[in-house]
Structure formats: C-alpha cells, structure tokens
Design a binder for this molecule. Structure first.
Ligand code: NAP
Length: 264
C-alpha cells in the first residue's frame, strides 16, 4: 500500500510533513513535474519522486494535489485500478473529478487550510457514494496528519467549509493586522505592535481551548458595563462588525459555488 501524491506543492508538502512527523509507516510517492521541487521533497521528506505516476492498485491512496485548472490534464491517462482518491482541489466536485478519472466514484473531497503546514489545520471531508467505511477511516487518518477533520453530510457544504475554515486563516490575519495597525496608531512601534497583536490572539485562542465557556461568554468575561472593552465593543456593534464578517463568509461561499460551476 502506498500514498501517492499527484502534485507536490505547498499543500501536499504540509500533509507529507504531518505524515512524516507521525512516523506514518506507509510508502509515500510524489509525482511532481518540477524537478527542483522533486529534489526538495526527496531531501526534506525522504519520499520517492518517480518521473511518471507509478502503477496504482486498489490498496493505494491517490491524493490529487494540483491546482484545479491543472487537474484535467494531470488526470489524463491515470489508471486507478480501484485506488481510493482524495482530492484537495478547491471547486472540483465529485461529478467533475469522476469524469476526469474514467468514472470512479471512490472519491473523498477534502478542503484543508494553511495551518496544515504545522499540523494545526482543519479539513472538511465529503465522501462520494462509492466510498466505504474503511475508506473513510483511511481518509480521515491521513488528513489528521494535517490537523482536525470534520465530515460533511452533503457536497454543497464544501462551499461553506471553504468559506469558513478554508479561507478563514486569511480573515484571522486580517484582524491581527488591523489590531497591529490600531496599536501603531496608539503610538507603539511596529515590532511591539506586532507582538501585542500576536500574543493577544494566541492567548485568547488558547484560553478558549482550555475553557468550557462559549466564545460569547468568554467575551462577556472581559466586558464590564461602562468599561474600556465595552466602549470598543459598542463601536463594533454600531458598525455591525459581526454582520460584516457574516457577509464576507457568504460572499466567499457564493464565489466557491461560482468557481465550481466554471470548473465543472
Ligand atoms: N494552499 C491552500 O491554502 C489550499 C487550501 C485548500 C486547498 N488547496 C488546494 O490544494 C491544491 C494544491 O494547492 P497548492 O497551494 O499546494 O498548489 P501548488 O503549490 O501550486 O502545488 C501544485 C504543484 O503541482 C504541480 N503540478 C501541476 N500539474 C502537474 C502534473 N500534471 N503532474 C505533476 N505535478 C503537477 C505544480 O507544478 P508547477 O509549479 O509547475 O505548476 C506544483 O508544483 C489546489 O487544488 C488547491 O485548490 C490549497
């Protein structure tokens, strides 16, 4: 049994790194067209990088990790021989992937996010109807090398998970940057403002993780009526910051649907 990656870019490397850190026993093979990248992957992760995709068998897992626009060409001539397929490509639905892969429906779609690079990602997983319970366990086991996993009940939720956790790290960095800029506006130098923002986000995330309370309750615990935090939150409420965030997620979800239609 082998795990075979088609495409050895950033996201593939993140998953491979996680698998290696967990001392995952399975043989890992990467089919990557960029020779410099191949040399890096061999040196960094001790994977095989053959010139051509190896002959697959039903015990193998093929992970499709090329950009969506490269997928059709990359899948041309693949003989799956019954292998389980995991696709991390955004916007390519089971119907389209199945068409690219000669009709196979033993496909799990996966939407990871960039904290996968340090094993702290979260991936949404959706299994097509040709996927067995054992396949689900294998898919989940592989993706847990990159962080947490969440199974989705229907494929439409892939667009929603793309909008929430797939794009989500960018929203968080946006807010971190905004807090840094606000600190600079209060007179701190750039480096101090960076550290204040980073440590605040990190501390708040870890506090939430260690607490049984909801985000709302944790927020109330630092907000006394008429106090400083209250004053800031009043401004956020007036400007409907939470609603704007919701609208942003909605726009990302709609864009994901549009891209799926275009790619399909
Ligand atoms: N990065 C993210 O945050 C993220 C999150 C969720 C999902 N994804 C999905 O993950 C997939 C990969 O993204 P990425 O950021 O890792 O992309 P990437 O860094 O560009 O990696 C793709 C790699 O595949 C290579 N490639 C393309 N066609 C090939 C072929 N026919 N045979 C062998 N290798 C081929 C590319 O080579 P060239 O450089 O020569 O093109 C590149 O090295 C995408 O489908 C994306 O939608 C990414």
């Amino acid at each position: 049994m082998a795990i075979v990656f088609l495409g050895g870019g950033n996201m593939a490397a993140a998953i491979i790194s996680g698998l290696r850190q967990r001392a995952y026993e399975t043989n890992i093979v990467v089919s990557e067209r960029n020779s410099e990248r191949c040399a890096f992957l061999r040196q960094q992760y001790e994977v095989e990088t053959p010139l051509h995709l190896p002959v697959l068998c039903a015990d193998d897992v093929l992970i499709l990790a090329v950009k969506p626009q490269d997928m059709q060409e990359a899948c041309r001539d693949i003989e799956l021989n019954g292998a389980l397929v995991l696709s991390i490509a955004a916007g390519l639905n089971v119907e389209t992937l199945s068409r690219y892969l000669g009709g196979s429906r033993r496909i799990v779609r996966v939407m990871p996010n960039t904290p996968a690079q340090i094993g702290l990602g979260v991936s949404g997983l959706f299994a097509a109807e040709g996927v067995s319970d054992d396949d689900r366990v294998r898919a989940q086991d592989i993706m847990q090398a990159a962080g947490m996993t969440v199974w989705l009940d229907n494929e439409a939720q892939m667009d929603a998970v793309t909008a929430v956790s797939g794009s989500g790290p960018a929203y968080v960095f946006y807010l971190m940057n905004a807090l840094q800029q606000a600190a600079i506006a209060q007179g701190f130098d750039e480096q101090t403002a960076y550290r204040l923002s980073l440590a605040t986000f990190k501390g708040a995330v870890l506090l939430a993780e260690h607490s049984a309370a909801s985000f709302e309750v944790l927020q109330q615990q630092v907000t006394s009526k008429g106090g400083t935090t209250f004053a800031a939150l009043e401004v956020f409420r007036q400007h409907q910051l939470a609603e704007k965030l919701g609208e942003g997620v909605q726009a990302a979800c709609k864009r994901s649907q549009e891209l799926s239609q275009t790619l399909g």
